[in-house]
Design a protein around this ligand. Structure first.
Ligand code: FAD
Ligand code: 2HG
Ligand code: ZN
Length: 472
């Protein structure tokens, strides 16, 4: 800790947030200082849990005075190590988990104002309670927070229809690195009064300030949903199906998720109560979902799209969920992939975005590039096909020693990311950079872009106390 009197700082922080707002016992800190994947482990003298925006600002001011870096943390479900402190013991975690208020829901303006520590599923419930729909949805929605979703610009399964978190936010309240509060909680769809400050904080991964509240967009609730699973012989066939579904269903198409058969088999092996949705083992699978505010006609529309695709030879086996529980069983297969990977062994994660046109060529070339490393690997390729976002993950043998995992990670990152950049893609689509991809970012971003980002960082956080070692 840069502060010469860390105990004094902890005492002053306790004075601000009360005894319930500080965690100093290392046992009780364990769930904060380690990430859920078990990749990163940090050490802190204290986890601070302010109860409101004013307390958060006071905490930031105290840390700034004590030259003590802050690691903002929400639900700690991130995939890139952004919320895990370093091992120096010189940083403190500021957890938003007590910022729990749904401050307002306005069904006429179609907005709600929620605090950063509200869990995503609770935000969805609050919208539902007012007869509206908040569309961000992802596997961790039972524990990730709205603040974390904003700070990582989270994506998930409905981006195709509703966009990512950046598209779903109208206003922000942020505690700045100097302890001032920026109140930008405006529920406006039009506001051209200068630079896009809100946009700066979305995706900033805790490096520019602590988001304490947000105004989020709401949408009409769907009256009907139709969900199908299809098997296909190639990625090209799935892309053709995607185009047809879009052309016929328009905005009713809300999700188009892809997984290879290797990914499905991993889930069937490692996740309880799962079974193969279609006969045979087609090399590619897709989970397609339509939703509409009109209660009737949706299943027919889906059936027609699939019948047309079958006639054209695009898909083989297909199944349409006949009930909500069947739909849930299909989603369980898709959402079980992360857990199945954890159980299978060390995995090198690639969260990449490409123009969907180049996905088939990319996948062929990436398979060859991974094979050329000569490593013992299995590619687990899946993702949000409609967004061009693949989780092109590579599984390594269980029990591989940490040094060998590190070496394999560096070689596989280079093999996959070189190809991504050659195809004008992005090396971080939705999980952020954190500490996982920091070196990769520096390797691939142009000097101009790095300069611009560093200039923004220095302007907002000249003392470099917000989440050092992450992103930049
Ligand atoms: P944390 O993990 O606590 O923090 C993430 C980053 O945000 C850190 O850099 C942290 O410093 C910063 N941060 C957190 N809160 C604040 C704040 N209030 N102010 C400033 N900075 C802050 N992500 C997707 O995008 N799409 C998916 O489909 C998806 N699926 C997932 C499935 C599973 C099973 C799991 C475990 C994770 C998944 N994720 C997915 C990743 C993760 O859930 C998201 O990144 C989520 O947005 C992180 O929220 P969090 O509250 O847990 O943030
Ligand atoms: C998903 O799409 C998540 O399921 C997690 O973004 C991806 O486990 C992963 O790599
Ligand atoms: Zn994803």
């Amino acid at each position: 800790m840069a502060d010469r009197d860390p105990e004094g700082l902890v005492r002053r922080l306790r004075d601000v947030v009360g005894p319930a707002g500080v965690v100093t016992d290392p046992g009780a800190q364990a769930s904060y200082t380690r990430d859920w994947l078990g990749k990163w482990q940090g050490r802190v003298p204290v986890v601070v849990r302010p109860g409101n925006t004013q307390e958060t600002a006071a905490v930031v001011r105290l840390c700034r005075e004590a030259h003590t870096p802050i690691v903002p943390q929400g639900g700690n479900t991130g995939m890139s190590g952004g919320a895990t402190p370093d091992a120096s013991g010189a940083q403190v975690i500021v957890s938003t988990t007590r910022l729990q208020q749904v401050r307002a829901v306005d069904p006429v303006n179609n907005t709600m104002t929620v605090e950063a520590g509200v869990v995503l599923a609770q935000a969805q419930d609050a919208a539902r309670g007012a007869g509206r729909f908040f569309p961000l949805s992802l596997g961790a929605e039972g524990s990730c927070t709205v603040g974390g979703n904003l700070a990582t610009n989270a994506g998930g399964i409905a981006v195709l229809r509703y966009g990512n978190m950046r598209d779903l936010v109208l206003g922000l309240e942020v505690v700045l690195p100097d302890g001032r509060i920026w109140n930008g909680l405006r529920g406006l769809r039009k506001d051209n009064t200068g630079y896009d400050l809100r946009g700066l904080f979305v995706g900033s991964e805790g490096t520019l300030g602590i988001i304490t509240a947000a105004v989020l967009k709401l949408f009409p609730q769907a009256a009907a949903r139709a969900t199908a699973w299809v098997g296909a012989a190639s990625l090209e066939a799935l892309l053709a199906l995607l185009q047809q579904a879009r052309a016929r269903c328009g905005e009713r198409l809300v999700a188009f998720e892809m997984m290879t058969d290797a990914a499905l088999q991993l889930v069937l092996r490692h996740v309880a109560d799962t079974r193969a949705p279609v006969a045979g083992a087609p090399p590619f699978h897709a989970l397609v979902e339509l939703a509409d505010t009109e209660p009737s006609g949706l299943a027919d529309a889906l059936e027609q799209v699939l019948a047309g695709a079958m006639d054209a030879g695009l898909v083989g086996e297909a199944v349409i969920a006949a009930s909500q529980s069947q739909a849930q069983a299909l989603w369980k297969l898709r959402e079980g992939i992360s857990q199945a990977q954890v159980r299978a062994g060390p995995v090198v994660k690639h969260d990449i975005a490409l123009p969907i046109t180049v996905l088939p060529a990319f996948c062929g070339e990436a398979q060859a590039a991974v094979a050329r490393t000569g490593l013992d690997t299995q590619v687990i390729n899946f993702g949000h096909l409609g967004d061009g976002n693949l989780h092109y993950n590579v599984l390594l043998p269980a029990g591989l020693p940490p040094d060998a995992v590190k070496d394999a990670t560096a070689r596989l990152n280079r093999a996959v990311h070189d190809l991504v950049v050659r195809h004008t893609g992005s090396i971080s689509a939705e999980h952020g950079v954190g500490q996982l991809r920091r070196d990769e970012l520096r390797h691939y971003k142009s000097p101009v872009e790095m300069d611009l980002m560093l200039a923004i960082k220095r302007a907002l956080d000249p003392n470099l106390i917000m989440n050092p070692g992450k992103l930049l």
